[in-house]
Design a protein around this ligand. Structure first.
Ligand code: F6P
Length: 555
């Protein structure tokens, strides 16, 4: 396994780590409300704009000194060299001996990206051209179903990175959808998912995309088989399968064996991780719904962010700042989680994508060398759409006992001008971060109750319930409008944030061995259920539960 020359073995043994610990002891005495009132320039000083993204990070528990120290941590942990290594196509995914070269997929410059000495850009461009031809043939109805009907429905079958990124981005860009084409996603192996999606579809006008880098993932292959069976049961013939099924995979042979014609197999590459793959052919359902030009704009937006990440100084670099703030809270304030709070209906599923991106990447507990870490790594990512969340979990954000940093995300302009909804939405978004930051003091709570005409004893009883501690950190991430370009930049921003943190923590953000174990054990249990394998070796709980399932299902 290759060594990564830039990594700091144990970040918590770096001298800067103890300096940050000492600094934290001072910062935790401060209150953001006072920091804002004594420094009118605070919002300007902790603000960056790049690639169409505005980041206000002034409502964080930081001073100028914090940023200086965190930037030094990034330098001492080898971040500048790591960024170069990623863009140079070095095998930074060292446990799988692969580069993580998703940036090549959105490269807009005439520069090569090399894997093992070979420029991958010609293949990347050829795949994009293949997508373009395909999208055109569907939109122009040159390619039709087996009864010559034009396609009305696309069903994308995939899971994990081969599903969630495209699903979230196509939903985020709904205003750009071409008329006449509906898009459905089926991921879960739960047969209910595919049953419900296919219920109202006609095989004559439905096209399936089987998206699986390996073409071996149990969920996707099972769903693909069920889709094919549905197609054959409802009028399609075996010789029509190629007209209704296309595949995206790095395993051409398996797709071919399934009945897909070679020219309808879109390539994928080992050097693209699943959760970083929406920019590749895996993004085909996005391109089908928003059109190839808009898909290219999505890539261009991601490229804008890549260039910013690659070239901006660390302390002016949005993904670096976000990554370092996350480290600040995880490792110095013991924060366990981070909330993603989009104030945009189109972005309501974004927390799920960022959750997969971050938790599958940085949910690790050994270093690049395989040694156990004794510092916290990736936090729990959770969240949901505002303003809905304000009437649910925000209560805990304001008054709970957990320390929960959050990102508020919102487009400044809306696609849907109706009444004053958007101004009200923004007011909600800003008031939440303001409330988290300033809170409400006991004196304020008492004054409020007095103004309501409460008696002194009522005030004494009620006031403690109304105190909000404040001093709870958040970022506000804004952009002009949800367009392909800004959404591309936004998602690339989070990808790089995750990478920054992986580098500081000296973990491999690009493998997922924990997930692999679940897959292996799942296969084994299935074999026990089907009688192909013995229950021997199973723990008593699992054995007992398998028996219960078999009994209830008469198997
Ligand atoms: O979730 C684990 C994983 O291996 C992801 O990395 C990947 O995106 C997903 O499964 C699906 O894999 P495939 O594209 O090979 O079907």
């Amino acid at each position: 396994m290759s060594e990564l020359p830039y990594t700091s073995n144990y970040p918590n043994t770096l001298p800067i780590w103890s300096q940050l610990q000492e600094h934290q002891a001072k910062v935790k005495q401060l209150h953001l409300r006072e920091e804002f009132s004594k420094d009118p320039q605070r919002a300007e000083r902790f603000f960056q704009k790049a690639a169409g993204i505005y980041l206000d990070y002034s409502k964080n528990l930081i001073t100028d000194e914090t940023i200086k120290l965190l930037t030094q941590l990034a330098n001492d942990a080898g971040l500048p060299a790591a960024i170069k290594a990623m863009f140079n196509g070095e095998k930074i995914n060292n446990s799988e001996e692969r580069p993580a070269l998703h940036v090549a997929l959105r490269n807009q410059a005439a520069v090569p990206y090399k894997v093992d000495g070979t420029d991958v850009m010609p293949e990347v461009k050829a795949a994009l051209n293949q997508m373009e031809r395909f999208v055109w043939s569907i939109h122009s109805a040159q390619w039709r179903g087996y009864t010559n009907k034009r396609f009305t429905d696309i069903v994308h079958l995939g899971i994990g990175g081969s599903y969630l990124g495209p699903k979230v981005v196509s939903a985020a860009l709904k205003p750009y959808w071409k008329a006449g084409l509906n898009l459905h996603y089926v991921a879960n192996i739960d047969g209910t998912h595919i049953t419900e999606e296919l219920k109202h579809l006609s095989p004559e006008s439905t096209l399936f995309i089987i998206a699986s880098k390996s073409f071996g993932t149990q969920e996707t292959i099972m769903n693909a088989k069920s889709a094919k069976a549905w197609f054959l049961r409802n009028g399609g013939l075996e010789e029509d399968v190629h007209k209704h099924f296309v595949a995206i995979t790095a395993n051409k042979q398996k797709a071919y064996n399934f009945g897909i014609r070679e020219e309808n197999i879109f390539p994928m590459w080992d050097w693209v991780g699943g959760r970083y793959s929406l920019w590749s052919t895996i993004g085909l359902p996005i391109a089908l719904t928003i059109g190839i030009e808009n898909f290219k704009n999505l890539l261009a937006g991601a490229y804008d962010m890549d260039e910013h990440f690659r070239t901006a100084p660390l302390d002016h670099n949005i993904p670096v700042i976000l990554g370092l703030l996350g480290v600040w809270y995880s490792n110095f304030f013991n924060a366990d989680s981070h909330a993603i709070l989009p104030y945009d209906h189109y972005l309501r599923a974004l927390p799920a994508h960022i959750q997969q991106l971050d938790m599958e990447s940085n949910g690790k507990s050994v270093t690049h060398k395989g040694e156990a870490v004794d510092w916290s790594t990736g936090p729990i990512i959770w969240g949901g759409a505002g303003a809905n969340g304000q009437h649910a979990y925000h209560q805990l954000l304001h008054q709970g006992t957990h320390f929960l940093p959050a990102d508020f995300i919102m487009p400044l302009r809306t696609h849907n001008h109706i009444g004053d909804h958007h101004a009200l939405l923004l007011s909600n978004c800003l008031s939440q971060s303001q409330a988290l930051m300033q809170g409400k003091t006991l004196e304020e709570a008492k004054a409020e109750l007095k103004a309501q005409g409460k008696t002194d004893s009522q005030i004494d009883e009620l006031a403690p319930h109304k105190v909000i501690p404040g001093n709870r950190p958040s970022n506000t991430i804004l952009f002009e409008k949800s367009t392909p370009r800004t959404i591309g930049a936004l998602i690339a921003m989070y990808e790089h944030k995750v990478f920054v943190q992986g580098v500081i923590w000296n973990i491999n953000s690009f493998d997922q061995w924990g997930v692999e174990l679940g897959k292996e054990l799942g296969e084994h249990i299935y074999q026990i259920i089907t009688g192909e394998n013995e229950t021997n070796g199973q723990d008593s709980s699992t054995k007992h539960l398998i028996e219960l399932f078999k009994k209830i299902n008469n198997r």
